[in-house]
Design a protein around this ligand. Structure first.
Ligand SMILES: *Cc1c(COP(=O)(O)O)cnc(C)c1O
Length: 384
């Protein structure tokens, strides 16, 4: 039978597929894992120190401290600031749960602020209005891989005399002008969860800072506050990163910039394809702010009838996700904060309308085109 009589293979587009990346690094990653196994040094040690040096240099900070997860990076940074009951930390109502969860776990109160409808990041004027005498820190989130408005937020924090802890979990390598995510506040908190742009083979995270005393406190807290084994200066936790994760991350880190470039290329290609398909008026695409370098951990669009569109895309083998369907102020576990629906309308609209499309660098042009034609069909089906 001739090739022309074969049916065209159906295009499928998972939301994320790390198998191509794995093929690229397989030999090096397995060699690194073997090196750790041969050394039998699994906790901290030379692999972790090497990773910390590499990433401090790449991010442009004096200190990078490997920790057990992005969640623990946020928690240990707040603990190192001595934040606890009676304190307030101002943050966005629209982020991954760990942002607000880490604040509550210290005993402090998260003071929530609405987002900008275009960038999905904290509104600096909202932060200024939320300051009180109990404010001990401001925690901006660089959502989806684009930095918050750090120029204005730095001014608000400086006027109030409070430190900023950046939730940079989604934003490694992202920049505003020449400043990298995680180098603008007192502390930067990163996640190496496998779906982040720099993902480990399990859970891992990082705290960055230029402040020597703060770095020392984070290092102490990471190992139960012990300076010498069994002599505890502070009450910390087990917030250590594994040597295996560090070894894998050292293989991946040098490739991060080119992987993020692939995501940026796909974002540009989507813009072109959505425009060519005449969909740019029906689908709101993400905007890279002036002076910003977006690393597209997520490519998040807005559509009416989002849940119907999501289901139609799934029928066409296009994987999508909703980040996030419920803002913090409407979460059941935060009911005691006393918020009500309608209080933060921009976050509530984003929770209803946003949808993340596949964006990883290894997507083929056929896959990108399939996403856009599927979106056109889904919009027609939904009558929007
Ligand atoms: C992923 C993420 C975290 C938590 O990181 P983990 O490594 O999963 O604990 C925190 N904040 C934001 C914004 C995230 O996206």
């Amino acid at each position: 039978m001739g090739l022309t009589s074969q049916p065209a293979p159906a295009v499928t587009v998972p939301l994320l597929d790390l198998s191509a990346q794995w093929r690229e690094i397989r030999d090096e990653a397995l060699a690194a894992i073997t090196r750790v196994c041969d050394s039998q040094r699994f906790i901290l040690g030379p692999e972790v120190e090497g990773l910390e040096r590499d990433l401090a240099g790449a991010i442009g900070v004096r200190h990078a401290i490997g920790v057990s997860s992005g969640t623990d990076a946020l928690l240990v940074a707040l603990m190192a600031l001595g934040i606890g009951p009676g304190d307030e930390v101002i943050t966005s109502t629209y982020s991954f749960f760990a942002t607000a969860g880490s604040i509550v776990r210290t005993g402090a109160r998260p003071v929530l602020v609405d987002i900008d409808p275009v960038s999905y990041n904290l509104v600096p004027a909202g932060v200024r209005a939320a300051l009180t005498s109990r404010t001990r820190a401001i925690m901006p989130v660089h959502l989806y891989g684009q930095c918050a408005d750090m120029g204005a937020l730095t001014q608000v924090a400086a006027d109030a005399g409070v430190p900023m802890v950046e939730d940079a979990a989604q934003a490694i390598g992202s920049r505003v002008r020449d400043r990298q995510a995680g180098s603008m506040g007192l502390a930067g908190c990163f996640s190496f969860f496998p779906s982040k742009n720099l993902g480990a083979f399990g859970d891992a995270g990082l705290v960055t800072t230029d402040d020597d005393a703060f770095a020392e406190r984070v290092r102490l807290l990471r190992t139960h506050g012990a300076e010498r084994q069994y002599h505890h200066r502070l009450i910390g936790g087990n917030f250590r990163i594994d040597a295996l994760q560090a070894a894998v991350l050292r293989v991946k880190a040098p490739r991060l910039a080119s992987w993020s470039e692939g995501r940026r290329r796909n974002a540009d290609r989507y813009r072109q394809l959505f425009r060519q398909a005449g969909l740019d008026g029906r689908v709101t695409l993400p905007v890279e702010g002036a002076g910003h370098h977006h690393i597209y951990n997520q490519f998040v669009v807005r559509v009416p009838e989002r849940d119907r569109i999501k289901a139609s895309l799934a029928d066409r083998q296009v994987g999508t996700a909703v980040y996030y369907p419920v803002p913090f102020h409407l979460q059941e576990c935060f009911a005691s904060l006393g918020h009500v629906a309608g209080e933060f309308p921009q976050a509530e609209a984003a929770a209803r309308e946003t949808l993340a499309l596949p964006i990883y660098g290894e997507l083929t042009d056929a896959q990108l085109r399939h996403v856009v034609t599927s979106m056109a069909a889904a919009l027609d089906e939904a009558g929007v």
